[in-house]
Every structure is written in C-alpha cells, then in structure tokens.
Design a protein around this ligand. Sequence first.
Ligand code: GDP
Length: 440
Amino acid sequence: MFQNLQDKLDRAFKVLKGQGNITEINVAETMKEIRKALLDADVNYKTAKAFTDEVKQKALGQNVLTSISPGQLLTKIMNDELTALMGGSATDLDLSKNPTVILIAGLNGAGKTTFSGKLAKYLKEKRGRKPLLVAGDVYRPAAIDQLEVLAQQVDVPVYTNRESKDPIGIAQAGVTEAKQKGYNVVIVDTAGRLAIDEALMNEISAVKDATQPHEILFVVDAMTGQDAVNTAKAFNDRLDFTGAVLTKLDGDTRGGAALSIKSVVNKPIKFIGTGEKMDALDVFHPDRMASRILGMGDVVSLVERAQQQFDEKEAAELQRKIRKNKFDFNDFKNQIQQIKKMGNMKDLMGMIPGVGKAIKDVDIDDDAFKPIEAIINSMTPYERENPDAIDQKRRARIAKGSGTDLVEVNKLMKQFGDMRKVMKQMSNPAAMARMMRGAP
Ligand code: GDP
C-alpha cells in the first residue's frame, strides 16, 4: 500500500537530512519534491499545491529545537497535515435509526457487493446489529447470486425478488421486510454501470427518494486514482453521499484517491477494503493512514487486528498446555490458521514500523504455510497429540502422504521441538530469568 509515495517522500526528506536548519531555500526544495511525489501518487493538483503550501508555512514558522532534526520536524508536520487532509479523525456511521437504511452506490466492479457483505458482517459482529441485505441490482442475475453467497458466508439474511425489474420497489420492500421482521439495519446493494450515465444517476436518486437512507456510502476502487476522485464528485453532486468507501487498498495503489477525496468532495472516507475476504474491512482512521504513508507503521491497527482474532479462553487453554509441555500439532495448526485469518502477510508486516520499507521488494508468499499444513494434515490424530511419538518410520509415511520429503518433515519436527522448548521456558518466569542472565 502506498509504497511508491512512501519512497518518494523519503527521498524528499533526504534534502533536509544533515541540514541543521530549516531555511526558506531547503524547505522550498523539499516541498517541490513532496509535491512531485503527491502528483505521482495521483493526488489532485490543487490538493497537492494547497497541501505543500500549508506544510511549508508551518515548517518555516517553527524554530527547530536542538533535540530534533529538521527532517524529524518535517515528518511530524507532514503527519499532522496528512491526517487533516484525510479528514482528521475517523467518522462513524449514523446507526441511530431503527431501521437504519444504508444505500450502497458506485460503478460496476468498484466492490459494492463485496463491501455490502463485509459491512453486514462488521455490523453484526462488531456493532451488535441485526442487518438485512437487499439485492437491488436487478440487471445482473449473477449479482443477486453473488450477494446471496456472501450473505450466507457472513450468516446474514438477504431480501431478493428475482421476478422484479424495479429497483425502487425492491428497496422499499426490503425496508418494509426489515420493519416487519425486526432487522435494525438495511443494507441496499444497488446496480452499477460501467461509467457514470444519466439513467444510473436517475435510478439511484429515485431509490434514495423512495427509501430516505440515513447513510449513502459511495464505493470506489482506489486503484483508479484520479478517476476515483472524479467519479466521487459526480456521485456526490447527485446523491450528496454521507461517506466514501475505498476498496482494493491491498493492491498496488498509488494512494491519490485516499488523499484527495476528502478535500475534493468534503465527505469523509468511512471504510477501506483491503482484500476479497469478508473480514478484509477496516474503519478508516486518517491518523493511522498518515503514519503508514510516512512509513511510520500502523501499530494500532496491527494490534487491533490481532485482538479481533484472539479468543481469551483459547489463549488461557493454550498457555496451560504450553506450561505442561502439551503444546501439540493441533495447537500449532490452529496458530497458523489464526495468523492466516489476520490477512495478507505482506500487508500485516507493513504495519510494523520500519518493516514496510524493508520488505517492499521481498515477495512474501501467502502460501508459505502450505507445506507445513500439508505435513500436519498427513499426521494421524494420535501423532498430532503426541509429537514425541513421531519416529523415523512415521516421518517417512508423513512425507509421502503430504507430498513433501523427509528433509522437510525433519525440518518441521526440529523447528517444532525448538519452539516448544522456548515456549516452555517463556511460560516459566524463573527459567526465563535464568535464560536472560545467560545461564543454561
Ligand atoms: P460491484 O460490481 O461493485 O458489486 O463489485 P464486486 O463486489 O463484485 O467486486 C468486484 C471485484 O473486486 C471482485 O472480484 C471482488 O472480489 C474484488 N474486490 C472487492 N473489494 C476488494 C478489496 O478490497 N480488495 C481486493 N483485492 N479485491 C476486492
């Protein structure tokens, strides 16, 4: 995410490196580089200009304290200004009505249907709501199928009417159904078009008038850069939406859309999509995003994601097993699955300060766990529970069954053994203290 922009900003900051002072000249030079970096990232020209003017003014107005370098000071100013540019603080959904109607709008392929499913899951699991999905794309039967599949995945009901070709009627019927059955949020997925056209705008405006939504979320593909901002403007002119959703931020986006939308249409970004899976949705936090763009990492989001996957009861049980040296291959496999659930490995690691830059050219294979899982899958339940019983004969059978080889199985067994030892030591404070002192 934002790798290019990060690199270029880094280079811009270098101008100030080693300079003791912020002067009119070195700031002007740095700002030129920063402006170039922003334009390359597809940030709107006016936005980029206003932004660098503001940063420059702030930088020149500050005395550099001896304890920080001009580069550090500029990073801080940039961080504050990027945060402000993207809206300051996170903007929550208005969920106060019963039912709250949320209309989802955007072009074809932007990720509306995927987002509808993710939003339903988020509202149900994180916000304790009872959502109903409504399939309002009457033109593509496949769209209804897709929403039904997603609805099933996230275990949320969906209202459909395959006979009707009237999106307004369907949306209204969906809201009525929610009222009758006690759903407190209605998420209406609407039809998109390949490009903005009058018919689409008229139709969605009519759905808006008929359902009086409390939230209108405009979904846009972040990979489309400047186009995303233009589309946002066109939709906002007609719909006056309440928030934007940027999808596909997991891809190789240049980031311009995230940086320009707020200042161009003056509407907050409320969510970002970071993958195709139903839990790849994050509430948009401008401050965290700014830190990520500046390569400062996003530890808060990382911790939150880990917490979401973390079950306290399970953790206590795991600790008990580790203490008793009973940590086995079932637990190991569970741990791998938990890590995988947290999302794309490279994205996750990029949230750790300093790591994003270091791994940008490294290909981190999300399938790295595959051979390990295959090996564990080829073990019998007895073997998984009793790793010590896995002798050479069993290892040979496991290697064959998993399509790996003996070397790989031996390697895993060794790693597992080492891991178990370390875990056991860490769970014992006295042993830990001995270890830290360097004692055996
Ligand atoms: P719609 O036409 O607006 O309803 O778009 P869809 O929801 O069908 O999404 C279009 C494609 O984009 C699908 O292949 C989705 O899996 C994919 N997609 C949606 N959101 C994301 C995202 O956040 N990240 C990635 N990588 N793919 C996404």
